[in-house]
Design a protein around this ligand. Sequence first.
Ligand code: CTP
Length: 403
Amino acid sequence: MSVLSGKKILLGISGGIAAYKTAHLVRLFIKAGAQVQVVMSPASLHFVTPLTLATLSKNPVYSTFYNEEDENGVWNNHVELGLWADLMIIAPATANTLSKMANGNCDNLLIATYLSAKCPVYFAPAMDLDMYKHPSTIDSFQKLSSFGNIIIPAENGELASGLTGEGRMAEPSTIVSFIESDVLGKLPLKGKKIMVTAGPTYEAIDPVRFIGNHSSGKMGFDIALQASKMGAEVTLISGPTHFQLENSQINLVKVQSAKEMYDACHRYYKDMDVVIAAAAVADYRPKNVALQKIKKTETTLSITLEKTEDILASLGEQKQNQFLIGFALETENEIENAKLKIQKKNLDLIVLNSLNDKGAGFGQPTNKVTFIDRDFTVEPMDLKSKEAVAFDIINKIIKHYEA
Ligand code: CTP
Protein backbone atom coordinates (compact mmCIF):
# COMPACT_ATOMS: atom_id res chain seq x y z
CA MET A 1 0.00 0.00 0.00
CA SER A 2 1.30 3.46 -0.89
CA VAL A 3 2.07 5.92 1.86
CA LEU A 4 -0.11 8.30 -0.16
CA SER A 5 -3.19 6.16 0.41
CA GLY A 6 -5.90 8.28 2.03
CA LYS A 7 -3.89 11.48 1.59
CA LYS A 8 -5.55 14.61 0.21
CA ILE A 9 -3.41 15.94 -2.61
CA LEU A 10 -3.84 19.34 -4.19
CA LEU A 11 -2.33 19.53 -7.65
CA GLY A 12 -1.55 23.01 -8.94
CA ILE A 13 -0.91 23.24 -12.67
CA SER A 14 0.83 26.21 -14.26
CA GLY A 15 1.14 27.03 -17.94
CA GLY A 16 3.81 24.92 -19.58
CA ILE A 17 3.66 22.19 -22.21
CA ALA A 18 4.42 19.55 -19.54
CA ALA A 19 0.90 20.25 -18.24
CA TYR A 20 -0.29 17.50 -20.61
CA LYS A 21 1.49 14.99 -18.37
CA THR A 22 -0.60 15.94 -15.34
CA ALA A 23 -3.47 13.74 -16.53
CA HIS A 24 -1.18 10.76 -15.94
CA LEU A 25 0.00 12.23 -12.65
CA VAL A 26 -3.59 12.48 -11.38
CA ARG A 27 -4.16 8.85 -12.41
CA LEU A 28 -1.10 7.72 -10.46
CA PHE A 29 -2.17 9.61 -7.33
CA ILE A 30 -5.66 8.10 -7.54
CA LYS A 31 -4.15 4.64 -8.08
CA ALA A 32 -2.04 5.17 -4.94
CA GLY A 33 -5.31 5.66 -3.03
CA ALA A 34 -5.10 9.46 -2.67
CA GLN A 35 -7.89 12.00 -3.09
CA VAL A 36 -7.02 14.67 -5.62
CA GLN A 37 -8.23 18.21 -6.28
CA VAL A 38 -6.83 20.31 -9.08
CA VAL A 39 -6.28 24.08 -9.29
CA MET A 40 -5.07 25.52 -12.61
CA SER A 41 -3.46 28.80 -13.54
CA PRO A 42 -5.26 30.60 -16.41
CA ALA A 43 -2.28 29.95 -18.74
CA SER A 44 -2.35 26.19 -18.11
CA LEU A 45 -5.86 25.97 -19.62
CA HIS A 46 -4.19 26.21 -23.06
CA PHE A 47 -2.31 22.96 -22.48
CA VAL A 48 -4.75 20.57 -20.80
CA THR A 49 -8.50 20.71 -20.28
CA PRO A 50 -10.20 20.96 -16.90
CA LEU A 51 -12.67 18.33 -18.11
CA THR A 52 -9.89 15.74 -18.45
CA LEU A 53 -8.59 16.49 -14.95
CA ALA A 54 -12.05 16.68 -13.39
CA THR A 55 -12.90 13.29 -14.87
CA LEU A 56 -9.68 11.69 -13.67
CA SER A 57 -9.70 13.29 -10.22
CA LYS A 58 -13.48 12.84 -9.80
CA ASN A 59 -13.58 16.40 -8.45
CA PRO A 60 -14.37 19.83 -9.91
CA VAL A 61 -11.33 21.71 -11.20
CA TYR A 62 -10.83 25.37 -10.28
CA SER A 63 -8.99 28.09 -12.20
CA THR A 64 -10.74 31.34 -11.24
CA PHE A 65 -11.97 32.90 -8.01
CA TYR A 66 -15.53 32.75 -9.32
CA ASN A 67 -17.39 31.53 -12.36
CA GLU A 68 -18.50 34.55 -14.41
CA GLU A 69 -21.13 32.51 -16.24
CA ASP A 70 -22.70 31.31 -13.01
CA GLU A 71 -25.27 33.93 -12.02
CA ASN A 72 -25.17 32.67 -8.41
CA GLY A 73 -21.54 33.78 -8.42
CA VAL A 74 -20.08 30.91 -6.36
CA TRP A 75 -16.74 31.89 -4.84
CA ASN A 76 -13.96 29.32 -5.22
CA ASN A 77 -12.42 29.47 -1.81
CA HIS A 78 -8.63 29.25 -1.97
CA VAL A 79 -8.30 29.16 1.83
CA GLU A 80 -10.58 26.14 2.07
CA LEU A 81 -8.64 24.35 -0.69
CA GLY A 82 -5.34 25.16 0.97
CA LEU A 83 -6.51 23.84 4.32
CA TRP A 84 -8.08 20.72 2.80
CA ALA A 85 -4.77 19.44 1.45
CA ASP A 86 -2.33 17.11 3.23
CA LEU A 87 0.19 18.02 0.56
CA MET A 88 0.34 20.25 -2.50
CA ILE A 89 2.32 19.74 -5.68
CA ILE A 90 2.84 22.39 -8.34
CA ALA A 91 3.48 20.53 -11.59
CA PRO A 92 4.57 21.80 -13.95
CA ALA A 93 5.99 24.78 -12.08
CA THR A 94 6.94 27.37 -14.69
CA ALA A 95 9.56 30.08 -14.17
CA ASN A 96 6.77 32.66 -13.96
CA THR A 97 4.72 30.79 -11.33
CA LEU A 98 7.85 29.91 -9.31
CA SER A 99 8.85 33.57 -9.25
CA LYS A 100 5.37 34.79 -8.33
CA MET A 101 5.09 32.21 -5.54
CA ALA A 102 8.56 33.07 -4.23
CA ASN A 103 7.57 36.75 -4.06
CA GLY A 104 3.94 36.46 -3.03
CA ASN A 105 2.53 38.04 -6.21
CA CYS A 106 -0.96 36.75 -5.79
CA ASP A 107 -2.67 37.37 -9.11
CA ASN A 108 -4.54 34.09 -9.64
CA LEU A 109 -6.38 31.36 -7.73
CA LEU A 110 -3.44 28.91 -7.91
CA ILE A 111 -1.06 31.35 -6.21
CA ALA A 112 -3.67 32.39 -3.61
CA THR A 113 -4.19 28.69 -2.83
CA TYR A 114 -0.43 28.12 -2.51
CA LEU A 115 -0.16 31.07 -0.11
CA SER A 116 -3.03 29.65 1.95
CA ALA A 117 -1.67 26.09 2.11
CA LYS A 118 -0.29 24.99 5.47
CA CYS A 119 0.80 21.57 4.22
CA PRO A 120 4.15 20.57 2.64
CA VAL A 121 4.41 21.91 -0.93
CA TYR A 122 6.42 20.25 -3.69
CA PHE A 123 7.45 21.87 -6.95
CA ALA A 124 8.17 20.00 -10.18
CA PRO A 125 9.75 22.69 -12.37
CA ALA A 126 9.55 22.56 -16.15
CA MET A 127 11.11 25.07 -18.53
CA ASP A 128 13.73 25.51 -21.18
CA LEU A 129 17.36 24.85 -20.21
CA ASP A 130 18.48 28.50 -20.18
CA MET A 131 15.48 29.55 -18.13
CA TYR A 132 16.21 26.69 -15.69
CA LYS A 133 19.79 27.92 -15.20
CA HIS A 134 18.92 31.63 -15.07
CA PRO A 135 19.98 33.33 -11.81
CA SER A 136 16.42 34.60 -11.25
CA THR A 137 15.06 31.03 -11.45
CA ILE A 138 17.80 29.79 -9.13
CA ASP A 139 16.88 32.62 -6.81
CA SER A 140 13.21 31.47 -6.86
CA PHE A 141 14.29 27.89 -6.02
CA GLN A 142 16.41 29.13 -3.12
CA LYS A 143 13.66 31.36 -1.78
CA LEU A 144 11.00 28.67 -2.06
CA SER A 145 13.28 26.08 -0.42
CA SER A 146 14.00 28.51 2.42
CA PHE A 147 10.23 28.64 3.04
CA GLY A 148 10.31 24.86 3.56
CA ASN A 149 9.05 23.93 0.08
CA ILE A 150 10.54 20.92 -1.66
CA ILE A 151 11.88 21.06 -5.22
CA ILE A 152 11.70 17.91 -7.34
CA PRO A 153 14.63 18.41 -9.71
CA ALA A 154 13.88 18.69 -13.40
CA GLU A 155 15.35 16.01 -15.66
CA ASN A 156 17.85 16.18 -18.45
CA GLY A 157 16.56 15.40 -21.93
CA GLU A 158 14.80 16.62 -25.02
CA LEU A 159 12.83 19.83 -24.46
CA ALA A 160 9.75 21.17 -26.26
CA SER A 161 11.94 23.86 -27.85
CA GLY A 162 13.95 21.17 -29.64
CA LEU A 163 16.97 21.83 -27.45
CA THR A 164 18.39 19.18 -25.18
CA GLY A 165 19.32 19.79 -21.55
CA GLU A 166 18.08 20.20 -18.02
CA GLY A 167 14.53 21.50 -17.59
CA ARG A 168 12.19 18.62 -18.47
CA MET A 169 9.60 18.09 -15.78
CA ALA A 170 10.29 14.91 -13.80
CA GLU A 171 8.16 12.05 -15.16
CA PRO A 172 4.83 11.56 -13.29
CA SER A 173 6.02 8.20 -11.88
CA THR A 174 9.23 9.88 -10.63
CA ILE A 175 7.19 12.66 -9.01
CA VAL A 176 5.02 10.09 -7.21
CA SER A 177 8.01 8.03 -5.98
CA PHE A 178 9.83 11.21 -4.92
CA ILE A 179 6.87 12.36 -2.82
CA GLU A 180 6.30 8.83 -1.44
CA SER A 181 9.85 8.49 -0.20
CA ASP A 182 9.92 12.04 1.14
CA VAL A 183 6.68 11.47 3.10
CA LEU A 184 7.91 8.06 4.30
CA GLY A 185 11.28 9.41 5.43
CA LYS A 186 9.57 12.07 7.56
CA LEU A 187 7.11 9.76 9.32
CA PRO A 188 7.56 9.94 13.09
CA LEU A 189 7.92 6.18 13.65
CA LYS A 190 10.23 5.55 10.70
CA GLY A 191 12.84 2.95 11.69
CA LYS A 192 10.87 1.71 14.72
CA LYS A 193 9.80 -1.93 15.05
CA ILE A 194 6.44 -2.41 16.74
CA MET A 195 4.74 -5.66 17.73
CA VAL A 196 0.99 -5.69 18.40
CA THR A 197 -1.05 -8.58 19.79
CA ALA A 198 -4.73 -8.73 18.87
CA GLY A 199 -7.91 -10.76 19.10
CA PRO A 200 -8.92 -13.63 21.35
CA THR A 201 -7.18 -16.94 21.84
CA TYR A 202 -8.92 -20.28 21.46
CA GLU A 203 -8.04 -22.99 23.96
CA ALA A 204 -8.96 -26.46 22.73
CA ILE A 205 -11.21 -28.73 24.78
CA ASP A 206 -11.32 -31.47 22.16
CA PRO A 207 -10.83 -31.52 18.36
CA VAL A 208 -14.07 -29.55 17.76
CA ARG A 209 -14.58 -27.37 20.85
CA PHE A 210 -12.66 -24.58 22.48
CA ILE A 211 -12.82 -21.92 25.18
CA GLY A 212 -12.71 -18.43 23.66
CA ASN A 213 -13.98 -14.92 24.24
CA HIS A 214 -15.82 -12.13 22.42
CA SER A 215 -12.77 -10.07 21.42
CA SER A 216 -13.11 -9.06 17.74
CA GLY A 217 -9.48 -8.00 17.33
CA LYS A 218 -10.53 -4.57 16.04
CA MET A 219 -8.58 -2.55 18.61
CA GLY A 220 -5.31 -4.38 17.86
CA PHE A 221 -5.81 -4.20 14.09
CA ASP A 222 -6.52 -0.45 14.28
CA ILE A 223 -3.36 0.06 16.35
CA ALA A 224 -1.28 -1.95 13.87
CA LEU A 225 -2.64 0.06 10.92
CA GLN A 226 -2.02 3.37 12.64
CA ALA A 227 1.54 2.37 13.62
CA SER A 228 2.23 1.35 10.02
CA LYS A 229 0.80 4.64 8.72
CA MET A 230 3.26 6.47 10.97
CA GLY A 231 6.15 4.61 9.35
CA ALA A 232 6.77 1.79 11.84
CA GLU A 233 7.65 -1.74 10.77
CA VAL A 234 4.75 -3.66 12.27
CA THR A 235 4.37 -7.30 13.32
CA LEU A 236 0.78 -8.14 14.21
CA ILE A 237 0.28 -11.36 16.17
CA SER A 238 -3.39 -12.15 16.06
CA GLY A 239 -5.69 -14.79 17.45
CA PRO A 240 -8.69 -15.92 15.35
CA THR A 241 -10.61 -12.97 13.88
CA HIS A 242 -12.59 -12.25 10.73
CA PHE A 243 -10.61 -9.06 10.01
CA GLN A 244 -8.74 -8.93 6.72
CA LEU A 245 -5.57 -6.93 6.59
CA GLU A 246 -5.49 -4.56 3.61
CA ASN A 247 -2.03 -3.27 4.44
CA SER A 248 0.53 -5.64 2.96
CA GLN A 249 3.37 -3.88 4.79
CA ILE A 250 2.25 -5.39 8.09
CA ASN A 251 3.67 -8.79 8.97
CA LEU A 252 0.60 -10.73 10.12
CA VAL A 253 1.28 -13.81 12.24
CA LYS A 254 -1.85 -15.88 12.84
CA VAL A 255 -2.11 -17.94 16.01
CA GLN A 256 -4.85 -19.87 17.81
CA SER A 257 -3.92 -20.51 21.43
CA ALA A 258 -2.22 -18.52 24.20
CA LYS A 259 0.78 -20.87 23.92
CA GLU A 260 1.10 -20.15 20.18
CA MET A 261 0.81 -16.40 20.85
CA TYR A 262 3.44 -16.68 23.58
CA ASP A 263 5.86 -18.50 21.24
CA ALA A 264 5.27 -16.03 18.39
CA CYS A 265 5.76 -13.00 20.67
CA HIS A 266 9.04 -14.35 22.00
CA ARG A 267 10.24 -15.17 18.49
CA TYR A 268 10.07 -11.47 17.53
CA TYR A 269 10.51 -9.73 20.89
CA LYS A 270 14.21 -9.07 21.11
CA ASP A 271 14.26 -6.97 17.89
CA MET A 272 11.28 -4.85 18.91
CA ASP A 273 11.27 -1.22 20.06
CA VAL A 274 7.64 -1.21 21.17
CA VAL A 275 5.09 -3.87 22.12
CA ILE A 276 1.37 -3.20 22.44
CA ALA A 277 -0.54 -6.11 23.97
CA ALA A 278 -4.13 -5.59 22.89
CA ALA A 279 -5.02 -9.31 22.73
CA ALA A 280 -7.64 -10.77 25.06
CA VAL A 281 -5.56 -13.79 25.95
CA ALA A 282 -7.40 -16.65 27.69
CA ASP A 283 -6.24 -16.84 31.32
CA TYR A 284 -7.02 -20.57 31.59
CA ARG A 285 -7.04 -23.54 29.26
CA PRO A 286 -8.20 -27.14 29.64
CA LYS A 287 -5.48 -29.09 31.45
CA ASN A 288 -5.98 -32.09 29.18
CA VAL A 289 -7.20 -31.81 25.61
CA ALA A 290 -9.37 -34.81 24.64
CA LEU A 291 -8.00 -36.48 21.56
CA GLN A 292 -11.47 -37.47 20.36
CA LYS A 293 -14.71 -35.51 20.45
CA ILE A 294 -16.22 -35.71 23.96
CA LYS A 295 -19.52 -37.64 23.85
CA LYS A 296 -22.48 -36.47 25.91
CA THR A 297 -22.72 -39.61 27.99
CA GLU A 298 -22.64 -37.92 31.43
CA THR A 299 -25.27 -35.54 32.93
CA THR A 300 -22.59 -33.09 34.01
CA LEU A 301 -19.14 -32.47 32.72
CA SER A 302 -16.22 -30.88 34.52
CA ILE A 303 -13.16 -29.62 32.77
CA THR A 304 -10.08 -28.94 34.81
CA LEU A 305 -8.38 -25.73 33.72
CA GLU A 306 -4.79 -24.62 34.16
CA LYS A 307 -3.31 -21.15 33.84
CA THR A 308 -2.00 -20.05 30.47
CA GLU A 309 1.32 -18.24 30.13
CA ASP A 310 0.99 -14.54 30.97
CA ILE A 311 2.57 -13.31 27.75
CA LEU A 312 2.87 -9.65 28.69
CA ALA A 313 4.34 -10.42 32.13
CA SER A 314 6.96 -12.66 30.49
CA LEU A 315 7.85 -9.84 28.05
CA GLY A 316 8.07 -7.42 30.99
CA GLU A 317 10.50 -9.78 32.75
CA GLN A 318 12.81 -9.92 29.73
CA LYS A 319 12.49 -6.22 28.90
CA GLN A 320 15.63 -4.45 27.70
CA ASN A 321 14.86 -1.15 25.94
CA GLN A 322 11.38 -2.00 24.75
CA PHE A 323 8.51 0.38 25.43
CA LEU A 324 5.81 -1.93 26.74
CA ILE A 325 2.11 -1.08 26.57
CA GLY A 326 -0.57 -3.29 28.08
CA PHE A 327 -4.33 -3.17 28.25
CA ALA A 328 -6.37 -3.71 31.40
CA LEU A 329 -10.01 -4.66 31.32
CA GLU A 330 -11.50 -4.04 34.73
CA THR A 331 -14.93 -4.00 36.33
CA GLU A 332 -14.06 -2.64 39.81
CA ASN A 333 -11.26 -0.65 41.52
CA GLU A 334 -10.17 0.08 37.98
CA ILE A 335 -7.35 2.57 38.56
CA GLU A 336 -5.83 0.64 41.47
CA ASN A 337 -5.96 -2.67 39.61
CA ALA A 338 -4.42 -1.10 36.51
CA LYS A 339 -1.58 0.40 38.57
CA LEU A 340 -0.90 -3.03 40.06
CA LYS A 341 -0.70 -4.47 36.54
CA ILE A 342 1.86 -1.81 35.53
CA GLN A 343 4.10 -3.00 38.37
CA LYS A 344 3.40 -6.71 38.04
CA LYS A 345 4.06 -6.76 34.29
CA ASN A 346 6.80 -4.07 34.25
CA LEU A 347 4.89 -1.83 31.81
CA ASP A 348 5.57 1.70 30.61
CA LEU A 349 1.96 2.50 29.88
CA ILE A 350 -1.38 0.84 30.46
CA VAL A 351 -4.58 1.45 28.54
CA LEU A 352 -7.44 0.92 30.94
CA ASN A 353 -10.90 -0.10 29.76
CA SER A 354 -13.63 -0.08 32.33
CA LEU A 355 -16.67 -2.19 31.52
CA ASN A 356 -18.61 0.31 33.63
CA ASP A 357 -18.13 2.88 30.87
CA LYS A 358 -20.84 2.84 28.21
CA GLY A 359 -19.46 2.16 24.73
CA ALA A 360 -16.21 0.59 25.99
CA GLY A 361 -14.89 -2.93 25.56
CA PHE A 362 -15.60 -5.95 23.37
CA GLY A 363 -17.58 -5.93 20.16
CA GLN A 364 -18.12 -2.14 20.15
CA PRO A 365 -16.89 0.23 17.44
CA THR A 366 -16.01 2.70 20.21
CA ASN A 367 -13.80 2.66 23.28
CA LYS A 368 -13.33 4.81 26.35
CA VAL A 369 -9.91 4.44 27.84
CA THR A 370 -7.75 5.92 30.57
CA PHE A 371 -3.99 6.09 30.13
CA ILE A 372 -1.81 5.43 33.16
CA ASP A 373 1.95 5.64 32.83
CA ARG A 374 4.83 4.23 34.89
CA ASP A 375 4.72 7.27 37.17
CA PHE A 376 1.02 6.63 37.76
CA THR A 377 -0.08 9.77 35.90
CA VAL A 378 -3.73 9.15 35.11
CA GLU A 379 -5.21 10.59 31.90
CA PRO A 380 -8.87 9.83 31.20
CA MET A 381 -9.89 10.11 27.55
CA ASP A 382 -13.32 10.73 25.97
CA LEU A 383 -15.43 8.05 24.34
CA LYS A 384 -14.03 7.69 20.81
CA SER A 385 -13.99 5.38 17.83
CA LYS A 386 -11.42 2.58 18.13
CA GLU A 387 -9.50 4.19 15.23
CA ALA A 388 -9.23 7.42 17.25
CA VAL A 389 -8.10 5.50 20.35
CA ALA A 390 -5.46 3.76 18.20
CA PHE A 391 -4.33 7.21 17.04
CA ASP A 392 -4.01 8.38 20.69
CA ILE A 393 -1.97 5.29 21.62
CA ILE A 394 0.40 5.79 18.69
CA ASN A 395 0.74 9.47 19.62
CA LYS A 396 1.85 8.41 23.09
CA ILE A 397 4.63 6.38 21.48
CA ILE A 398 5.65 9.27 19.23
CA LYS A 399 5.79 11.59 22.27
CA HIS A 400 7.89 9.02 24.15
CA TYR A 401 10.52 9.07 21.39
CA GLU A 402 10.38 12.86 21.05
CA ALA A 403 11.01 13.38 24.79
N1 CTP B 1 -2.20 -10.65 28.80
C1 CTP B 1 -1.25 -11.49 28.31
N2 CTP B 1 -1.28 -12.81 28.57
C2 CTP B 1 -2.24 -13.34 29.35
C3 CTP B 1 -3.24 -12.48 29.87
C4 CTP B 1 -3.20 -11.15 29.58
O1 CTP B 1 -0.35 -11.02 27.58
N3 CTP B 1 -2.26 -14.64 29.60
C5 CTP B 1 -2.14 -9.23 28.54
C6 CTP B 1 -3.29 -8.65 27.76
O2 CTP B 1 -3.03 -8.65 26.37
C7 CTP B 1 -3.40 -7.23 28.33
C8 CTP B 1 -2.88 -7.36 29.74
O3 CTP B 1 -2.14 -8.58 29.78
O4 CTP B 1 -2.53 -6.34 27.67
C9 CTP B 1 -3.90 -7.39 30.84
O5 CTP B 1 -4.94 -8.27 30.56
P1 CTP B 1 -6.17 -8.45 31.58
O6 CTP B 1 -7.04 -9.55 31.08
O7 CTP B 1 -6.81 -7.13 31.89
O8 CTP B 1 -5.45 -8.85 32.89
P2 CTP B 1 -4.89 -10.20 33.41
O9 CTP B 1 -3.43 -10.07 33.49
O10 CTP B 1 -5.42 -11.33 32.63
O11 CTP B 1 -5.47 -10.21 34.89
P3 CTP B 1 -6.99 -10.39 35.41
O12 CTP B 1 -7.71 -11.13 34.35
O13 CTP B 1 -6.79 -11.13 36.67
O14 CTP B 1 -7.50 -8.99 35.64
